[in-house]
Design a protein around this ligand. Sequence first.
Ligand code: NDP
Length: 252
Amino acid sequence: MDELIGKVAIITGSSRGIGAGIAKLFASEGAKVIVSSRDASNYQPILNQIKSKKGEAYCIECDVSKEDDVKMLMEQTIKKYGTVDILVNNAGVFEQASVEEMKTETWKKVLHTDLDGVFFCTKYVTNYMKKNKTGGRIINISSVAGLFGFGGSAAYCAAKFAVVGFTKATAIDLCKYGITVNAICPGLIETDMTKGFTNDKKTMEAFMQPLLVKRAGLPEDIAKGALYLASEGTSYVTGTTLVIDGGWTGHL
Ligand code: NDP
């Protein structure tokens, strides 16, 4: 239960869904967790859950698509805890639209959040992380949509494929500081983002067919993968992609 004792972890987009699952698991493993998203009014439930189990967490509002917000997120983290050991680039948005109908605003919103946000957070956390004697851990939440094409998802796929490439390239750049950089590609996970799919019986029946594990994933399934990549024992794992999808894409 003490895998991350004393470590400081920033998890972007952690007011709910997968990010909240990661924040809770990391706090239960002894990390000091920065809970962050665009809207601070959403933080109380996750804070209460962490604190009720004697975990340590602090909230900082940050829109990852805004460079100045991200600089401030890093500065405030250092002010509060003095260091940062783990960054999980989790904040993301999904917008469905066929490419010929996609509004430019939709394209920009997805790319700014799901890709620019990963760049900004990685760039500015590195300034602090590289000073650590024990290096650091950066975990980027991509998607199975970063490995395969999905209809109506051109912006999302473009961003998530790019995150996989960004992960491999930054792993090379940052290995000299002892920082590992890895991606997780979740399948369909039950969160607010996917309730349009998971609440629809017919869609779910079709979705279940190619799955080897016949259920939608839960935030905890992804959190366990993130914990593995955040642990001290995984210093030999970098530039790679961990697919957690119930066996959905392994046989495609
Ligand atoms: P949710 O919609 O449930 O949660 C998204 C989180 O990101 C919220 O905390 C939201 O908070 C925050 N957020 C959104 N935009 C921004 C922004 N610009 N800056 C900071 N925070 C932001 O999504 P999930 O938990 O499902 O998804 C988390 C990640 O996992 C995303 O990157 C997603 O693409 C990826 N993923 C999800 C899958 C799934 O099936 N659910 C599958 C594969 C990948 P707020 O609104 O307060 O900003």
